[in-house]
Design a binder for this molecule. Structure first.
Ligand SMILES: NC(=O)c1ccc[n+]([C@@H]2O[C@H](COP(=O)([O-])OP(=O)(O)OC[C@H]3O[C@@H](n4cnc5c(N)ncnc54)[C@H](O)[C@@H]3O)[C@@H](O)[C@H]2O)c1
Ligand SMILES: [Zn+2]
Length: 385
């Protein structure tokens, strides 16, 4: 077994109303002039209004600044522009608030704030000094990506138009605020799709073949939380208990996937870059096909996932346990309105070859429970289409 790093380092404040602690947290981190990074959709919400009210006015005039232009599935400009604003306003910290898109952009903007002449691509493949980045406070308003506790940032690069993962421990936030009051306004469709992302993180990380029992335990408990809380958050967005459980489950999914992910994520990434699909929805539409594919080749793979889902399958054969688990996950997603086909979301059949070739280049499938070929990925797209 090769040596490994187990790392669960992020300080996280959890609970309704914890946003109110932000001014004290900024002070204790020595941040006087934060740049807030978000997207235009969130900027119109009550969650964002709560943030601006909390930041308020220091008495010396407003000393915080906002970039609210992050795209869903962020592109390089979403990193470059806030980095330039950061320097222009003499900022000394970043508050990233929103879903995974603003969190990823805010994380990465600190790199170009420190190294303004570097192209972002340099951070992927060349030796660069990552130390001394501005401190980050991450505040998720969706419960899905878990980007707030992750050390990665997913940005679509100009040159390749592919999602590329910046990965470095220095990207981690100094503080995460999980305040369920900020997620009550998330509409049911986005609640479902982002929650499906969290579920996919837990299932893919648990079943990827690496040795990481700590992540495995977290993934299984994350699955249990999603199964219990997501339907409640979907039905009643104001259910603070369900919203809180989903925020924790999403963070757990991302902690778990430091172990790794699998083929669902390789299929999902090109659906976002080529077809503009939301990341969580893309995962949801591919999840059961990949589970069936894996289960056929590794019977019993999903037994403990099924038990975490609450299924009574301890005495079932491997085949029955997998079958019941995949059936449960399919029905769970269908009950959240996530049982449509790719063609219903504008994906054309003549795009499937290109999608398969992009999915093949995506690294996530290399840690899938079962090795996959490009032809397998093409077949899986066909099945989901
Ligand atoms: N870094 C990581 O570890 C990681 C992991 C998984 C996914 N991702 C990335 O995260 C991105 C997806 O993030 P996402 O699924 O959170 O979606 P998102 O950030 O793109 O947000 C989707 C929409 O939800 C809206 N929204 C967010 N919070 C809201 C709220 N409380 N009320 C109303 N509307 C709200 C936003 O304005 C936006 O229109 C993708 O780019 C994906 O690649 C990153
Ligand atoms: Zn994901």
């Amino acid at each position: 077994m090769s040596p490994k790093t187990f790392s669960f380092p992020t300080k996280t404040r959890f609970g309704a109303g914890t946003l109110a602690e932000l001014p004290d947290s900024l002070a204790s981190l020595g941040i006087r002039r934060p740049l807030v990074v978000t997207d235009s959709g969130l900027a119109k919400t009550d969650a964002f209004r709560r943030l601006t009210t909390t930041l308020g006015d220091s008495g010396r005039g407003r000393e915080w600044f906002v970039f609210d232009g992050v795209h869903p599935n962020p592109i390089e400009d979403d990193v470059r522009i806030p980095a330039a604003l950061f320097r222009e306003h003499g900022c000394d910290g970043v508050i990233a608030i929103g879903g995974g898109s603003p969190l990823d952009a805010g994380k990465a903007a600190r790199l170009l704030a420190k190294h303004p002449t570097f192209p972002l691509a340099k951070f992927y493949d060349q030796p660069v000094d990552w130390s001394g980045l501005a401190p980050l406070i991450a505040i998720p308003t969706t419960a899905g990506t878990g980007s707030e506790v992750g050390r990665s940032s997913v940005i679509t690069l100009d040159a390749t138009r592919r999602k590329a993962v910046l990965f470095h421990p220095e990207l981690l936030a100094k503080l995460v605020i999980l305040d369920p009051e900020l997620t009550t306004g998330l509409p049911p469709k986005l609640t479902a799709a982002t929650g499906a992302d969290a579920l996919t993180h837990c299932i893919e990380s648990f079943t990827c073949p690496d040795f990481h029992p700590m992540c495995d335990g977290i993934a299984l408990e994350g699955i249990r939380l999603v199964v219990e809380a997501l339907p409640r958050a979907f039905r009643d967005g104001s259910d603070l208990d369900a919203r809180g459980r989903m925020l924790v489950a999403a963070a757990m999914g991302a902690v778990a996937f430091q172990k790794d992910l699998g083929a669902v994520h390789s299929l999902a990434h090109p659906l976002s870059t080529l077809c503009g699909m939301h990341h969580g929805l893309a995962n949801a539409l591919c999840l059961d096909a990949v589970m069936n594919f894996n289960a056929r080749r590794k019977p019993g793979l999903y037994r403990r996932v099924g038990i975490a889902c609450g299924l009574d399958i301890v005495r079932c054969t491997n085949g029955e346990a997998d079958c019941q688990t995949v059936g449960f996950v399919s029905q769970f997603l269908a009950d959240l309105g996530l049982n449509s086909k790719l063609r219903e979301h504008g994906v054309r059949s003549d795009q499937l070859d290109e999608l398969a070739s992009l999915a093949w280049e995506d690294p996530c499938h290399r840690t899938n429970a079962i090795p996959v070929t490009q032809a397998d990925l093409r077949d899986l797209y066909q099945e989901c289409w």
